[in-house]
Each structure stands twice: as structure tokens, then as C-alpha cells.
Design a protein around this ligand. Structure first.
Ligand code: ZN
Length: 189
């Protein structure tokens, strides 16, 4: 058994972070993805050491599926959803990579690709910037409001048992009202 850490989950360590005491247990139907097959992981936050570069599989999916703040684990409300490291991409670029983007979103619509990181509360953004040296040093950090509309793209892995695929993490993309004219020009050419 891994010993219990003195670090406080949601305060010293982000809620979504995986711990060495949390074993990955394989694929099973999961409520975070409507009963689809998903990779599962034991839940024992605080057991052993935090793995800062790894998200817990189930907690990560919960943050995206229920719009929970990855830092504190509490729900975020519309108007207080912020993203720190997000890339602007066209819907067409996401489709080209195999993302199943809803049919009513045109290829030239600009999307805010937050990757696997659900939006944070503003207070949690400010705290994470204060405490996380990686974030402070990164040129990619740009705090912005997360759009009101979004889509969720399941990141699939091959299930170890059987022929199927299982959901590992959920990718989150905000949908903006902006059109990328360059994309339109390039694909028309
Ligand atoms: Zn928070």
C-alpha cells in the first residue's frame, strides 16, 4: 500500500492529477462516457506521490464531461471558465486529424482546442500561475475565456481485451463564432 501524502488534493496538487497509488485497471463501461468502454483507474487521490505530468483517467473525463475545474475539482459556471494553454484550430483541421466534429460546424470555424484540460475558475488560474514554475516559464500560456459552446472528442485507445476500442481521455474544443478566412482561401485554391 502506498502511504498517504501530506500534500492536499485540490490545494497543493491539482484535483485531476494522478497518484502513484492509483493503479490502472483496464477497460470497462464508464459513466463518464455514457456507459461506453473506457480505461479505468483506481481512485485513491493522495496515495503515494503525485504524478504531475499525468492526469487520472477517470477524473480527467469527469472534468470535461461535467465541466469540473481540474485544479480544485468543483464545477465551473458559465462566465467563470478560463483556459491557459489552448490552441486555435479550424474545425477542418480537427476533422483532418480524425476528430468527429459535429456536422453543423463548418470547416472554417475557429475552435479553441484546450486538449485534455477543462476550463478553470479564474481564482484557480491565478493560483496555478503563482505556484507552477512550468506555467510561469511557458510562452504558450495565454489566459482567455472559454467559449460558451464546446464539443467533446473522445481520445481512443485499443482495448487490451477483445477487438474494441476504449476511451482514454476526453479532448475539449470550444466553438467560437469566428471564421478563419485563410482556411477558406487555402481549401478553395
Ligand atoms: Zn477551481
Amino acid at each position: 500500500m502506498a502511504g498517504q501524502s501530506k500534500l492536499v488534493v485540490g490545494v497543493d496538487v491539482p484535483w485531476v492529477t494522478s497518484w502513484t497509488g492509483e493503479e490502472i485497471t483496464g477497460a470497462a463501461p464508464c459513466r463518464t462516457v455514457g456507459g461506453r468502454l473506457a480505461l479505468m483507474q483506481a481512485s485513491a487521490p493522495g496515495a503515494g506521490k503525485p504524478q504531475y505530468s499525468k492526469n487520472h483517467l477517470v477524473r480527467q473525463r469527469l472534468t470535461v464531461a461535467r465541466m469540473l475545474c481540474p485544479m480544485c475539482g468543483e464545477p465551473t459556471e458559465e462566465g467563470d471558465r478560463w483556459t491557459q494553454i489552448a490552441a486555435r484550430r479550424c474545425a477542418g483541421q480537427l476533422r483532418a486529424r480524425g476528430g468527429q466534429v459535429r456536422a453543423d460546424i463548418a470547416d472554417d470555424r475557429v475552435m479553441i482546442d484546450a486538449g485534455s484540460i477543462a476550463p478553470l475558475h479564474r481564482r484557480c488560474v491565478d493560483r496555478s500561475m503563482k505556484y507552477c514554475p512550468h506555467l510561469r516559464a511557458s510562452d504558450d500560456v495565454m489566459v482567455m475565456r472559454f467559449p460558451r459552446e464546446w464539443i467533446v472528442l473522445p481520445l481512443l485507445v485499443k482495448a487490451e481485451t477483445g477487438p474494441g476500442v476504449a476511451v482514454a481521455f476526453l479532448q475539449l474544443c470550444g466553438v467560437t463564432q469566428t471564421i478563419d478566412r485563410r482556411w477558406r482561401a487555402e481549401t478553395a485554391a
